[in-house]
Write a protein that binds this ligand. Structure first.
Ligand SMILES: [Mg+2]
Length: 175
């Protein structure tokens, strides 16, 4: 990946992830009882743990609302959880104010057009491999993996490696 995205990654202290199409493949399974099911990638989850270990705050930013997302966030110790964010760009600006963090210090991984207002503001904008052209064009970094298939893990790995933290964190957790 380009030197520019690596340089951008150096400043990152917070990683925000979209949910549908990023942490999942975008499909939503609907049961007769109205219950929604989503499939998450275990390796993405582990990537989130590694980022947290490196003192990078991880959050989810989604325009939908689903109890499985509450549950996944709780499982991974993700307290920065924003659901029903109809205006993602506006919610992002509120996060910056509330967390007293500069936009250059935030990375965001998205998969669709609704992510553009955030992708255009963050220090490091990422797109999953199966994102539409406009999203890829707005991104500084593009995953080789598709949403729900390791794209978030790849993004986190890229950031930690750029910061020279990857080996130390892996060693700390896995010897
Ligand atoms: Mg999405």
């Amino acid at each position: 990946m380009s030197e520019t995205s690596r340089r951008r990654a150096l400043k990152i202290r917070m990683i925000l992830l979209d949910v549908d199409g990023v942490l999942t493949d975008g499909r939503i399974l609907l049961g007769d009882d109205g219950v929604e099911l989503k499939a998450f990638d275990v390796r993405d989850g582990h990537g989130i743990k590694l980022a947290q270990k490196a003192d990078i705050e991880v959050g989810f930013l989604t325009s939908r609302k689903s109890s499985v997302v509450d549950r996944r966030a709780a499982e991974l110790g993700v307290s920065l959880l924003f659901q029903q964010a109809a205006d993602k760009g506006g919610v992002f600006r509120k996060i910056l104010q509330a967390r007293k963090i500069r936009r250059e210090e935030v990375a965001y991984l998205g998969d669709d057009l609704v992510d553009l207002p955030v992708l255009r503001q963050v220090g490091l904008a990422g797109a999953v491999a199966d994102a539409p052209l406009e999203v890829k064009a707005a991104a500084h970094w593009r995953a080789k993996s598709r949403g729900g298939r390791g794209a978030a893990r790849e993004f986190i790995e890229f950031i930690l490696k750029a910061q020279g933290r990857w080996q130390e964190i892996v060693k700390e957790l896995h010897g």
